[in-house]
Design a protein. Structure first.
Ligand code: IMP
Length: 505
């Protein structure tokens, strides 16, 4: 079957399931980097608009087209590759410079003719001071820093709440822009002075308001035709019956209110962020489908608790930095993976071996920062918590192929806090979560490499049993299964699809 025939078959199956609802919200499950980009890219041809509703340039959503073209969207929704209108809604922190660079990148990778883009006029606007201020906050936190992406997400969110700084529309009102920039500069100046005093920056590193204004105005004209009141436009689109796909940034574990605060990003990454970030009323979401994307092996970068983490975070990150060759397609990489898998299956593997195997196999390097990601095992306790918050109808399980060849697959099924078992769905505070001890089960694995399989019936019996067991424990069907990075490396479960058609009929 040719690539396009395969895609047509998959698309037809997807259409039958997703056409029952006008709105689709796609969120992550753990701490981000779960392959949302791939799932959004795969499904967006079924929608008229793709909307990013939270986060900022710190996110990194990767997609690979059937032609092998790779695009990483930091601000622009992944729907761009399928040619549908893309919306950066009000919940997005807007970084003009990075947006323009990303737009150029999209043109280069995906072709000159890109679909139209709307940028919300009332979104908070990035300045270089936000980024300086973030360095100060991280420095001042001492040993308790967040380990941010350095894209000023926290300051953009915080100063928005303090009603300080410019919004996108101020780019086109020169007097208002100047006043807003001066106000922001005055508010932050004492911190910049302290940074100079602490030797963190030099005085000449602090741009003056006039320079910031000039730089912003230089780029403002490029996006002028895209800037609009997206809440109003989306309301019109909704009323006209257009189909809308909402793409969360990051994942529930990094949600400002429901994640592992303070080791979180600063937006609403949960499904409930969609009405807030888009300005659409709750009734628009009454029949929305929520699809949660979860990676077969969760990862985390930055600081903060990660209950099913396999190895030490710093060591994992350091390991990736010290062995760049293993993250390229080299003979060294293949030999390394063979050796580690052997150890795992012989029962000789240390936690470092397990972690390194999955880090290398999954190319676990941050799409925005290039930092090495630390890997954990599938964690049912965490998933029970995020299911409670997001209420998904379906899961998309990505990177299922990474479990191929492992005889006994560890899965976290319980949390012990001070030797007491926590009940599913309950989440302790962040400090306690750092202290929990995971309880494991070992699930039966399979030998065959399942990379690239698109037919459920071609999966080995043990792989199917893994899926059935997982969804039974979680109480949410696993509709989509990713078996590789390409758009067409995906399985749509026929049994789940059949049940869902039944329900919506
Ligand atoms: P911030 O969003 O840059 O403020 O970073 C806050 C925390 O969220 C840090 O631990 C980051 O590593 C993490 N984070 C932010 N964006 C992403 C992402 O797209 N993937 C994974 N982690 C992220």
């Amino acid at each position: 079957m040719s690539v396009s025939q395969k895609m047509q078959r998959l698309y037809a199956q997807a259409r039958r399931i997703f056409c029952s609802a006008q709105m689709l919200i796609i969120t992550g499950s753990y701490w981000g980097d779960e392959g949302k980009g791939k799932i959004v890219d795969f499904l967006s041809h079924l929608y008229d608009l793709a909307v990013r509703y939270s986060g900022g340039a710190g996110a990194g959503h990767t997609l690979v087209t059937p032609e092998g073209k790779k695009f990483v969207g930091h601000l622009i929704p992944c729907g761009i590759a399928q040619g549908i209108r893309c919306v950066l809604a009000r919940g997005v922190f807007f970084d003009l410079k990075r947006f323009i660079a990303e737009f150029e990148d999209a043109r280069r990778v995906l072709g000159k003719k890109l679909p139209p883009i709307w940028v919300d006029k009332y979104s908070p606007l990035w300045t270089p001071w936000h980024e300086l201020f973030e360095r100060w906050l991280e420095h001042s936190a001492g040993g308790k820093k967040v380990g941010t992406t350095g894209k000023a997400i926290g300051p953009l969110a915080g100063l928005k709440v303090l009603r300080c700084g410019p919004q996108v529309h101020h780019l086109y009102q020169s007097k208002a822009l100047r006043l807003r920039l001066q106000g922001l500069y005055r508010a932050l100046k004492p911190d910049f002075d302290a940074m100079v005093k602490a030797g963190l920056i030099k005085r000449q590193d602090i741009p003056l308001p006039i320079a910031v204004e000039k730089a912003l105005l230089r780029d403002a004209a490029i996006i002028k035709s895209m800037v609009t009141d997206t809440a109003h436009e989306l309301s019109g689109a909704y009323t006209a019956g257009l189909r809308i796909l909402f793409e969360a940034a990051q994942a529930p574990g990094l949600d400002i209110d429901l994640g592992t605060w303070p080791y979180v990003s600063s937006g609403h990454s949960v499904a409930g962020g969609a009405p807030l970030g888009s300005g659409l009323p709750l009734k628009a979401f009454a029949k929305a489908i929520v699809l949660m994307v979860m990676k077969a092996l969760p990862t985390r970068v930055g600081e903060g608790p990660f209950p099913s983490e396999i190895w030490d975070r710093k060591k994992a990150s350091w390991f990736a930095k010290m062995h760049p060759n293993l993250f390229k397609n080299t003979a060294e990489r293949n030999a390394f993976l063979r050796d580690k898998l052997q150890r795992i299956n012989d029962g000789r593997a240390t936690m470092a071996d397990w972690s390194q195997y999955f880090q290398v196999l999954g190319y676990e390097l941050g799409a925005t920062t290039g930092r090495g990601r630390s890997v954990g095992f599938m964690d049912l306790m965490w998933l029970h918590y995020v299911i409670r918050i997001n209420g998904p109808q379906y899961f998309a399980l990505t990177r299922f192929d990474m479990l191929s060849g492992i005889k006994k697959i560890p899965v976290v099924i319980g949390y012990l806090l001070d030797d007491k078992q926590l009940s599913p769905g309950m989440m302790p505070d962040t400090d306690s979560l750092s202290r929990i001890r995971p309880v494991y089960e070992f699930w039966e694995g399979w030998d065959q490499d399942i990379t690239g399989i698109t037919d459920w019936n071609k999966l080995p019996a043990a792989a199917k049993r893994y899926i059935w067991k997982l969804e039974k424990r979680l109480g949410v069907p696993i509709l989509l299964i990713g078996t590789g990075p390409e758009r067409d490396a995906i399985i749509i479960r026929p049994d789940v699809a059949k049940r869902s058609r039944h329900k919506s009929a």
